[in-house]
Design a binder for this molecule. Sequence first.
Ligand code: PLP
Length: 450
Amino acid sequence: LMTSIVYPTTNLKHVEQLNIVRGEGVYVYDDSGKEYLEGLAGLWCASLGYGNAELIEAIASQLRTLSYSHMFGGRTHNVVIQLAEQLNEMLPVKNSKIFFANSGSEANDSHVKMLRYYFNVTGEPQKKKIIALERSYHGVTVASAALTGLPANHTHFDLPVGALGVLRADSPHYYRGRKAGESEGQFCDRIIENLEKLILKEDPETIAAFIAEPVGGASGVVVAPDNYFPRVENLLTKHDIMMWSDEVICGFGRTGNNFGCETMGFTPKLISLAKQLSSAYLPISASVIPNYMHEAMIEPSSKVGVFGHGYTYTGHPAACAAALKTLEIYQRDKLFEHAADMGEYLQNKLNEFKNHPLVGEVRGRGLIGAVELVANKETGEAFCDLAVGAHAKQACQDNGLLVRAVGGNSIAFCPPLIINTDQIDEMIDKFDQAIQQTHQYAQKEGLLAN
Ligand code: PLP
């Protein structure tokens, strides 16, 4: 039975595997009534869980008052103004300006365009290249997909990587990127050196920005060595390159602090926000830029007649109302503190899997984590394909836990921020059963090195 849908990020031979019909709290239910704990908050986004009555009411009420208004040609409305003010108070960068869109991909695309615009109008038209990390994920629109460093998002798409000046730097993942005998400190030294070599080879005058996720999500929950980001920041400051934090997953309490850049120890100039900005009740994203970038674009836009970038749904009133209420709930219910506490609890529980024969590495920060399954625990050798991760994901699902296998064979956890300790225990128990089944499968299939 195939409908007329082109499925997103799906093996097109295996569509329509699971039909979810409703959700409540941290649980969702399929069309047979089976209950699942949402271990990944949907796609790392449903922070307040499902069926939040306050959010639903805030959205419905906004739809009754003003269901839509655009923002072209100087039009505005109160909800988007309030949202921008509220965000500005929370952001780790003061004096920012905020451009709204509908998805993380669009937020990143908008940043790419604003960077190009800014350097064109400030007399540095050669300063356009952007450094992005191997295996990073920044979305799938043409420009953001070019920033993304995952092969599946590039293969057959002919992305304009060269035209956009996208440069690739090492993934800061010690476990996967280390050379034989290399310590984590030596690994970090080496990739920082590589980064500086890249900058010098390309010429810093031609590089606009460096983009990274504070903790990589789709790349397999990559956690950089402790001093990696502060060292990157120093390097970028030295060469006058803007640091751009893609906080689409890490923003809003996910990593144990308000924003991921705080957890990883750097202060960005550009920030991308989406997902937990509205707890996924409605699509909304934001590109945060420093005030001076906005200032520089005012006169030139006036000469052209408009700043020629904007979406039909930029600042959609209902999406803004969802975001505003989400931020209010975060603060009122001290949910970032709660997430930090739950995060510590989760990381401790995940760390108990370190000794399992199938597990190579356990990693994470706050309420985002992953367990990497490997063929050889001694050497860290990966499986040659994705079968084991897929098996583990399916075993979790059969046990009533929704997770994803990412970055090869890593099982990722990123539950709603509202999760409690009993629910984390339930998640871990279900995963524990799944990993035993997966281990038996890998043994039976002869996939293990030992
Ligand atoms: N950036 C990061 C870090 C993401 O994880 C994602 C989506 O998963 C995106 C950008 C793209 O967001 P969207 O899927 O809303 O376009």
